[in-house]
Design a protein around this ligand. Structure first.
Ligand SMILES: Cc1ncc(COP(=O)(O)O)c(C=O)c1O
Length: 295
């Protein structure tokens, strides 16, 4: 276990050379545990051998959390991030040959919610990127990985329209896919709809919202959504590990519904807050109104 300032990886690591890295981000609500299932699915499909099974990985991860306990208790909540690359490579050589053990990086860090906090009050502006998502026939979005160039370029296009906007990336057929780090939900006539997992990552937060909606008897559907469906939706929101549910009140310059955060979005956020025993919106808004703490 080393301090961030002392952590070193080789400049020849596959993480740097090829972005050949599987990743997982978990939010630790009130410092409670997390799951590693998706990480192990990504490792299997990418054929990266992390050198330990899920149980051992869990033990190492708990050690990382333990080593950080002193400051974690002062933080609202934390990210827990796993990055696992295929280890060292040789420039230009066969990238499929694993020349060292996998590089396993695990860190935890206070959750910085500042860039999303005000959206819990007013909603964000969702804007479609010009670039399209990488088709699942090329790279299945369910493999959570660190090759993020496509997402970053799409987000740059979105910020050209509005520097505060949150991106919506379409697939090659023009259907709504996902955000650079989140999933998308639209509510129309009381039904909650989200893109199918053939063109988006199966977000843990997406699953949570689908489960909560079922419990609240809100009809749900995985569907092919076109931008038209978002323009005409009554409510729109994103889901992702750090912010859970982020309402969107504007889509490509037009108000979504009446331009205010809708009742079903609020209901789902309240149900999630109840589930984890944390007022998710209040926690983020609280960060806006207090000085930054250095850990
Ligand atoms: C491309 C992409 N889509 C969706 C998500 C949302 O997944 P989760 O809810 O597990 O954070 C992420 C999370 O990082 C992501 O990178």
């Amino acid at each position: 276990m080393v301090l961030e300032s002392e952590a070193l990886i080789s400049i020849f690591d596959n993480a740097v050379m090829l972005g050949d890295t599987v990743t997982e981000s978990t939010r630790i609500f009130s410092h409670r545990p997390f799951k590693l299932d998706r990480l192990y699915k990504s490792l299997k499909v990418t054929r990266i051998d992390p050198g330990c099974d899920a149980q051992q990985m869990m033990r190492i991860t708990l050690d990382v959390l333990d080593a950080n306990r002193s400051w974690m208790l002062q933080a609202d909540d934390c990210w827990l991030v796993h990055d696992i690359s295929r280890g060292r490579s040789i420039a230009g050589a066969d990238p499929t040959i694993q020349r060292s053990q996998a590089t396993v990086m695990i860190f935890t860090q206070p959750l910085d919610l500042l860039s999303w906090a005000r959206f819990y009050e007013v909603g964000c502006h969702a804007v479609t990127a010009m670039s399209r998502i990488i088709p699942p026939q090329s790279l299945d979005a369910r493999i959570k990985n660190r090759s993020r160039m496509a997402y970053t370029l799409a987000e740059i296009e979105v910020k050209l329209v509005d520097p505060q906007a949150q991106g919506i990336i379409l697939d090659v057929h023009g259907f709504v896919a996902e955000n650079k780090g989140g999933n998308i939900f639209a509510i129309t006539n009381g039904t909650l709809r989200t893109p199918r997992s053939t063109n988006c990552m199966e977000g843990v937060s997406r699953d949570t919202v689908l489960e909560l909606a079922q419990q609240l008897a809100i009809p749900i559907a995985e569907a092919d959504l076109l931008p038209y469906d978002l323009y005409t939706a009554d409510e729109l929101f994103f889901t992702s590990t750090p912010y859970c549910v982020m309402p969107a009140t504007k889509f490509n310059g037009l108000p979504v519904g009446d331009g205010k955060i809708g009742p079903i979005t609020r209901k789902l956020l309240a149900a999630w807050s109840e589930l984890v025993g944390v007022d998710i919106a209040a926690q983020a808004l609280n960060q806006l109104h207090r000085p930054t703490v250095d850990f």
